[in-house]
Design a protein around this ligand. Structure first.
Ligand code: GLC
Length: 522
């Protein structure tokens, strides 16, 4: 039996462009990541997931891949990627890479060939080229995940489908080349030692070829279609052909927990991100419900639950939890939303202990271990995200959670690199840097290090039991370790215990103050 390391792993998400810049050009790179691997070992992570590092025009932060077998020159070379995988492994850190099956870049050779070949050519069949209506309307009125329509018209009059940006043409998964190519890409990276694949937009690749409008037929024309499961069974066979077991992790945004769990059946994906928990507001009842429904939907398929507080697409928790509406929704993002950062940080600390205490896989997005807030006052001309532009400037976009990480108290980019960073950093970055937090017993970084170390030694199993508690309190036991979080306005007495292991802020005698989490040993 292959050790199922991912079941209770801590997986750290690296957004390479913003993690560390090794060559001083202002853009993070693989040399930067390699230089910081000891930091990740000391933080206590089991694996890193890197968002796309492939050759790309970077129209959507690398989620527009032009060549899956090459590293983007801004990040480095294939040899450096191989070195990184090996060096990480030597420190006990596995590597997960991102694969984007729904679409490629408009600079991918397949799409260039499709454009050059013209209507009806076999090269077009790997994508969704269609004629519009005689009146010049696109084939459907679908809405893009990035706002606006999903079709772009080319010079010869045909339209091509893109569920995201114009520069991300969707692949036709009915085409045998598409399926074969992706299985080969998986093997290419597994052969280079990666331990797993994160599957981007995993519910979107298959389309209804009749192209109905949304709501016109019983199934959704492009979300969660049944044909996907066969594709992922094929991928699972590829992963399982490696004796040490490689892992498939799906990016699955679905409201229905049972539809979600279908992707986690034993011959499909090993694991998937749990966005339900991430989207809920900071309220005991809501989060308790999300935890229970997550445990309930995962148990029958035997997959480990996962816990995610943020990623490169969403508002940082230190900011989100400081708002009147502390839930997350893409459509709700607006400039100038009032935020109480002190409250947000206090809650983000408690949230870190809450999620780290739950059974299953924990994801940590780079910078959350420093308590970085969302940067919401970036100059408009610095913004890059197509989500911002396609919304007509209404949605601030996702650049605010992608600001380069601060490593030192000062310097041109707070130790990110030797050049001016690709997104400007706030002056607060110095005090939030790794150097500033490193030796401070009260820092977020110290809290994360302590929590991950304790999690590794004390929370190894998958046992979980709710404890009776007040409505505004979440309390559960993991063996002889209790986790208690107070969401209410008044301090509450701690349950009986022998030892206080860790708290997210100071206790009030034997009482747990508002927005504080505690780990106790009984
Ligand atoms: C996923 C990625 C996001 C990207 C989108 C299109 O949601 O996380 O960053 O923009 O897919 O590939």
């Amino acid at each position: 039996m292959v050790a199922q390391w991912w079941r209770n792993a801590v997986i750290y998400q690296i957004y390479p462009r913003s993690f560390a810049d090794g060559n001083g050009d202002g853009v993070g790179d693989l040399a930067g990541v390699r230089s910081r691997l000891p930091y990740l070992r000391d933080l206590g992570v089991d694996a890193v997931w890197l968002t796309p590092w492939y050759a790309s025009p970077q129209a959507d932060g690398g989620y527009d891949v032009a060549d899956y077998r090459a590293i983007d020159p801004a990040f480095g070379t294939l040899a450096e990627a191989e070195a990184l995988i090996g060096e990480a492994a030597a420190l006990g850190i596995r590597t997960i890479v991102d694969v984007v099956p729904n679409h490629v870049s408009d600079e991918h050779p397949w799409f260039r060939a499709a454009l050059a070949a013209g209507p009806g050519a076999p090269e077009r069949a790997r994508f969704w080229f269609r004629d519009g209506s005689p009146a010049g309307e696109p084939p459907t009125g679908w809405t893009s995940a990035f706002s606006g329509g999903t079709w772009t018209r080319v010079e010869d009059g045909q339209w091509y489908l893109h569920l995201f940006d114009t520069r991300q043409p969707d692949l036709n998964w009915n085409h045998p080349d598409v399926r074969r190519e992706h299985e080969e890409v998986l093997r290419f990276w597994f052969d280079r030692g990666v331990a797993g694949i994160r599957i981007d937009s995993a519910t979107m690749p298959v389309k209804d070829p009749a192209f109905p409008e949304v709501g016109e037929s019983a199934d959704h024309p492009f979300l969660d279609r049944d044909e996907l499961h066969d594709i992922y069974r094929g991928w699972r066979a590829v992963a399982d052909s490696y004796a040490d077991g490689r892992v498939l992790v799906g990016e699955i945004w679905l409201d229905d927990p049972h539809r979600f769990a279908r992707y986690l059946r034993s011959d499909e994906l090993h694991s998937a991100f749990n966005f339900d928990f991430m989207m809920r507001p900071w309220e005991a009842k809501q989060l308790r419900e999300a935890i229970q429904s997550t445990l309930d939907s995962h148990a029958p398929v035997g997959a480990p639950p996962t816990w995610v507080l943020s990623n490169h697409d969403v508002t940082r928790p230190a900011t989100r939890y400081g708002r009147v509406d502390s839930s997350f929704g893409f459509n709700a993002k607006r400039f100038d939303t009032p935020t109480d950062l002190a409250r947000g940080e206090r809650r983000a600390r408690a949230a870190a202990l809450l999620t780290a205490a739950l059974p299953g896989t924990l994801y940590v997005y780079q910078g959350d271990e420093l308590g970085l807030p969302e940067v919401e006052d970036l100059p408009l001309d610095a913004l890059r995200d197509p989500m911002h532009f396609r919304s007509g400037g209404v949605d601030p976009g996702r650049d605010g959670c992608r600001v380069p990480v601060p490593w030192t108290r000062d310097g041109v980019s707070y130790g990110f690199g030797d050049g001016a960073p690709w997104l400007p950093q706030p002056t607060r970055w110095g005090s939030l840097s790794v150097a500033a937090q490193d030796a401070d017993p009260a820092s977020m970084l110290t809290l994360y290090r302590s929590a991950l170390a304790m999690r590794r030694s004390l929370l190894r199993g998958e046992e979980f039991a709710w404890l009776a508690s007040a409505e505004d309190v979440i309390a559960f036991a993991r063996g002889d370790v209790l986790c208690v979080v107070n969401f209410g306005a008044e301090p509450v007495p701690l349950p009986g215990h022998r030892e206080v292991l860790l708290t997210s802020a100071g206790l009030d005698g034997d009482r747990l103050p508002t927005d504080v989490a505690a780990w106790l040993r009984v």
